[in-house]
Design a protein around this ligand. Sequence first.
Ligand code: NAG
Length: 283
Amino acid sequence: MARPSISLHLCLAVLAMAAAASEAGFYDQFDVVGSGNNVRVNDDGLAQQVALTLDQGNGGSGFSSKDKYLYGEFSVQMKLIGGNSAGTVTSFYLTSGEGDGHDEIDIEFMGNLSGDPYVMNTNVWASGDGKKEHQFYLWFDPTADFHTYKIVWNPKNIIFQVDDVPVRTFKKYDDLPYPSSQPMMVHATLWDGSYWATRHGDVKIDWSQAPFVVNYRGYSSNGCVSSGGSSACPAGSDAWMNTELGGKALGTVAWAESKYMSYDYCTDGWRFPNGFPAECTRN
Ligand SMILES: *[C@@H]1O[C@H](CO)[C@@H](O)[C@H](O)[C@H]1NC(C)=O
């Protein structure tokens, strides 16, 4: 009679594990964007890993959080497309939606020909204005291994980090637009950005290299979940809610800017013939 009792225990244990896994499960946290066939999930609960694929005609794919957040800290590890990835764009970003006046915080990776470097685009949209790019080459090969990319968004500033190295802060000034009232969802996507991504659109996707595959794992969020006009901040939010970059961190930003920056909107006079945006001349 021991046997049934053991299998009952096993059975309960398996049920408990299934319940725990489904609580943190991918499809409970995220909606699939685009074609579900192009979103492959290895959902073992702990090392949840997602592969996005892009092939000709699928129009891109990805996933977006079911929760909306008003401030938070969001990170994911990504291993970018190797070889000829020109024309592809791989993203990890927050957005309040598509409409005019939307807010958005972007990390986007613009692919390149084999051997040529990826560019990481960072951008902030506030009330529909999104001409605020800082772009960087990376100090490692982002296709060789997973690296961690993080967005910290709080009422004082937005911080972009690569492997815990801050490369940019976008500060809030009370008289200038800043994403502070529109809740945002977290998105991760892979799409054909041939029209602008690589050498300003000169190099298109080579579909003979398809399917293109990017891997995400270790997604982590600690954000104030917004619903019905109010938002609730989780335990641990103190750690990022008041974070601003100080001496040492500003040093890494300066290092990234001087060694790896490939584009700064605040120096693009062609784009702003009537003067740079106000934040460009503030400190
Ligand atoms: C691609 O490589 C070229 C040549 O090194 C470089 O100028 C460019 O910034 C790279 N990245 C993109 C996205 O075009």
